[in-house]
Design a protein around this ligand. Structure first.
Ligand code: COA
Length: 260
């Protein structure tokens, strides 16, 4: 698939995905969702990639939401399909990607843009970022997982306030809420995310994959998180990475993990 709405760059074990519709504040239309989905899927399968970073192009926006012009005339059935397809194709996919996905929020993250960041495993933002779920101001609700993932991160009361007021919070408020883990200047955002990726890449990709499965299971009502953790823990002992990690420790050297 050739990409028209995103830029995908691979460097030092990281796939950097830049959503590239700056004239539309990187709003997510169907084509953009399909391209990010394709790139995340391929990066998940590529053993040379260990971390994925998603950001927006330009200085103003990460993603200013789902593309309003695309669903302006939808009926209920079309609305349901938009939500279901988007959730499966991109948002759930990101959450279940076996490699850490970092959202580098470089400006407005609104509606589907904040939902995209919420689906990522880790969020860093720049000090100009503003975040919110303004859907009710348009007569809809967040449909890409926002009503579910935001309360998990910031608590039900704050999430209800943000959703029902359609308001925005700034970077410092987002940090205080636990919505983002770190705030940097705009110019330092990607470097700081690359440093984070570097720390992650020192560790076993096979173990990180199991950790993602176990953590996600704790928020999945169909699963028992503790049982999943037991199984994932067991899986680790069957990996080359475990043998390498323990050998390297005993031999007082740095491990060379293959992710197998
Ligand atoms: N969908 C489609 N287009 C969007 C968009 C979205 N979610 N967000 C911004 N755009 C487009 C604007 O229509 C405009 O396009 P145009 O130049 O062809 O008219 C362009 O991006 C720039 O946006 P503009 O509104 O002029 O920028 P601004 O600096 O005045 O305001 C925002 C920035 C983010 C406050 C404003 O764009 C906004 O409220 N966007 C919608 C946010 C939203 O409700 N998202 C949830 C969608 S469910």
């Amino acid at each position: 698939m050739s990409y028209l709405n995103i830029i995908s760059e691979q460097k030092d074990g990281v796939c950097l995905i830049t959503i590239n519709r700056p004239d539309k504040l990187n709003a997510l239309n169907r084509a953009t969702i399909a391209e990010i989905s394709d790139c995340v899927t391929k990066s998940g399968l590529d053993s040379a990639i260990r971390v994925i970073i998603i950001t927006g192009s330009g200085e103003k926006a990460f993603v200013a939401g789902a593309d309003i012009s695309e669903f302006a005339h939808f009926n209920g059935e079309e609305g349901r399909a938009l939500s279901a397809e988007g959730q499966a194709k991109l948002f759930d996919l990101i959450e279940q990607t076996p490699k850490p996905v970092i959202a580098a929020i470089n400006g407005f993250a609104l509606g589907g843009g904040l939902e995209l960041a919420l689906a990522c495993h880790i969020r860093y933002c720049s000090d100009n970022a503003r975040m919110g779920l303004p859907e009710v101001s348009l007569g809809v609700i967040p449909g890409y997982g926002g009503t579910q993932r935001l309360p998990i991160l910031i608590g039900k009361g704050k999430a209800m306030e943000l959703i029902s007021t359609a308001g925005m919070i700034n970077a410092q408020e987002a940090l205080q809420y636990g919505l983002v883990n770190n705030v940097t200047t705009q110019s330092e955002l990607l470097n700081t995310c690359m440093e984070l990726a570097g720390k992650i890449m020192k560790n076993s990709p096979a173990a990180i994959k199991q950790a993602i499965i176990a953590v996600n299971a704790g928020f999945d009502k169909q699963k028992n998180g503790f049982e999943t953790e037991i199984n994932c823990f067991g899986h680790c002992f069957e990996s080359d990475d475990f043998k390498e990690g323990v050998s390297a420790f005993l031999e007082k050297r740095k491990p060379i993990f293959t992710g197998k």
